[in-house]
Ligand binder design. Structure first.
Ligand code: ZN
Length: 332
């Protein structure tokens, strides 16, 4: 791999049959380590003929269901029974994951906001560039496993940027049904065009992301969605033997943009007036912001601007102007 493509290189052979676990070496010269590199974990599991798939987690370092699901997959997937190749990066932005943070402490980089990346950029931009220029061309399908992280909690869902072409949309819909999260949320107006999902779709991938739980932790119910969903996706592609279908077909929903979001207009303590899964109407009270420094001041009521089901909520009660407090999705 030439430096003009990416300065990063894997210390395992991604084309070799069998299970290989190692690191992508990200050069990083610091006071403590003049000629050092950051070891970003990678595994390649290759069996017989079949597609190549890229599975990533830890894109945001404080989202744990995916990191744990992919560690299990690396240990448990049997290359002798695999049709194709799976490339796994369970802690994609390693400095962020090691610190338990959404963003990297060494450059404040938000990996899912810097794609397609830059080979001469910050460490976070260089990781994005390696994925874009090296891993996406090696693979045809991908899942980037996210959760709500420290500040948000989601109902477990697949979270899919909608492809432009009808054939790609149909293939993605079938894959989302196979993945089998309780909800499949189609994002018509993404928060960013610089995500891994955007880069994967631009590369022609069958691809989607997830938002499985969050709150800076994992739980049996959310972990099971990640663990089983990945295996159902691989079975859907014919790469492993069939696995049990989800208990129920996913509920397909969509997020339409600003009317589906509630943001804090002022600083204070947020008291939600809803729970995850509630169905609300435009004008319903979303909650109240209290002013702890002015005990006699009445709280400010906030209202939903659209109709739908609450699929995401803010976790910390302390809020500042611009913080997302909740968002909705509505049935398709
Ligand atoms: Zn995320």
């Amino acid at each position: 791999m030439t430096a003009s493509v990416s300065p990063l290189r894997a210390d395992i052979d991604l084309d070799a049959p069998g299970r290989h676990v190692g690191h992508v070496r990200l050069p990083h010269s610091t006071h403590e380590s003049a000629y050092g590199w950051i070891p970003v974990p990678i595994a390649s599991i290759k069996g017989g003929e079949g597609p190549s798939v890229l599975l990533t987690a830890g894109n945001h370092g404080d989202e744990y269901e995916g990191q744990i699901a992919l560690l299990k997959l690396i240990r448990e997937l049997d290359p002798a029974a695999l049709h194709g190749r799976v490339i796994v990066m369970p802690r994609l932005n390693l400095p962020a994951a090691a610190a338990g943070r959404r963003t990297s402490p060494i450059d404040d980089g938000n990996l899912n906001r810097v794609f397609p990346g830059d080979p001469d950029g910050t460490p976070t931009e260089q990781i994005a560039c390696y994925v874009t220029r090296v891993l996406l061309p090696l693979t045809q399908a991908s899942v980037d496993i996210h959760s709500g992280g420290s500040s948000l909690d989601y109902l477990p869902c697949a979270f899919a940027r909608v492809p432009a072409e009808a054939s790609a949309r149909a293939a993605q819909r079938a894959a989302l049904a196979a993945f089998g999260a309780p909800l499949a949320i189609m994002v018509e107006k993404p928060q960013t065009n610089r995500s891994l999902s955007a880069a994967a779709l631009a590369a022609g991938h069958l691809s989607f992301a997830t938002e499985i739980g969050g709150g800076g932790t994992t739980r049996p119910a959310t972990q099971a969605v990640a663990d089983a969903g990945i295996r159902r996706f691989l079975a859907h592609l014919g790469m492993i033997d069939p696995v049990p279908a989800p208990a129920a077909a996913p509920r397909f929903m969509r997020v339409i943009g600003p009317p589906h979001y509630v943001y804090a207009p002022v600083r204070g303590l947020f008291e939600p007036g809803f729970a995850l899964g509630d169905t609300v109407r435009a004008g319903d009270v979303a909650g109240w912001i209290h002013f702890p420094e002015e005990p006699e001041r009445a709280p400010r009521a906030l209202h939903f601007a659209g109709d739908g089901m609450v699929v995401c909520r803010r976790v910390p009660s302390l809020v500042a102007p611009g913080d997302c407090l909740a968002h909705l999705a509505s049935d398709i």
